[in-house]
Design a protein around this ligand. Structure first.
Ligand SMILES: *[C@@H]1O[C@H](CO)[C@@H](O)[C@H](O)[C@H]1NC(C)=O
Ligand SMILES: *[C@@H]1O[C@H](CO)[C@@H](O)[C@H](O)[C@H]1NC(C)=O
Length: 217
């Protein structure tokens, strides 16, 4: 009786596991481009490259945990061209498509303006220069399978898998104090920062190299 039950359970698990709803149709960028283009309005005639270094005049983001707003002035991004597709699949059951990029050694360099917010008081503003190198950032964009696909409406989750190495030119003692606090704070800070950066990184790469959805960031 027990054996029968075990066989039955085993049989059920095996049956449930066999018909996978996950479809991985591609393992090359031209194939992904063809798939995206056939199910969306994106243009597969892309520029074909991402610069190894480029500058964004002004990138603004908020870090709610720290009650702060940051403005990266003349933000230089390097090694964006080293990202690669690490996952691409459709899930027929959930009607979602997933496209992930792994980005090793991304570098960000800028002169930052920090706007520190307070209750019942005006903001405090200060600047510092920094240069950060991130061992690995993983960008996962999820799109509903309902057609047409639209990368411009996809959410991109940026996973900062390891803390960055920082070189900071501190011209302000407050900044030095803030940045020397423990790694838990740095971890929260990076997650909040990349919550804003993920979209730009994913869209710029996908629109330049895979299929151009025509959206800015
Ligand atoms: C943010 O502001 C709140 C309210 O003033 C304060 O309690 C909190 O400690 C601040 N957060 C940080 C990280 O300083
Ligand atoms: C530093 O921040 C101030 C605002 O307090 C701004 O006016 C100034 O231009 C900034 N300096 C640099 C070098 O970005």
């Amino acid at each position: 009786m027990l054996l029968k039950t075990i066989i039955l359970i085993f049989g059920l698990t095996a049956c449930a596991a066999v018909p996978s709803s996950i479809v991985r149709p591609c393992d090359s960028i031209p194939c992904i481009a063809r798939h995206l283009a056939s199910q969306s309005a994106c243009n597969p005639n892309v520029r074909g490259s991402v610069p190894s270094e480029y500058t964004i005049r002004n990138f603004r983001f908020d870090t709610p945990y720290f009650n702060a707003t940051y403005i990266d002035n003349d933000l230089v991004i390097r090694n964006h061209d080293k990202c690669f597709v690490s996952e691409f699949y459709y899930n027929v059951a959930t009607q979602k498509a997933v496209l992930s990029l792994d980005c090793p050694l991304l570098e960000f360099q800028s002169t930052r303006t920090v706007v520190q917010h307070y209750s019942l008081r005006e903001d405090l503003t200060y600047n510092y220069s920094y240069h950060g190198t991130y061992p690995m950032v993983r960008l996962t964009s999820t799109m509903p399978l309902t057609q047409p696909f639209d990368m411009c409406r996809a959410f991109t989750f940026a996973d900062v898998t390891a803390l960055p190495r920082y070189h900071i030119n501190v011209n302000n003692k407050r900044t030095a104090n803030f940045l020397s606090r423990d790694e838990t704070f740095l971890n929260i800070f990076e997650r909040e920062t990349f919550f804003w950066r993920g979209r730009q990184l994913a869209r710029f790469f996908i629109n330049s190299l895979i299929c151009d959805f025509g959206c800015d960031f």
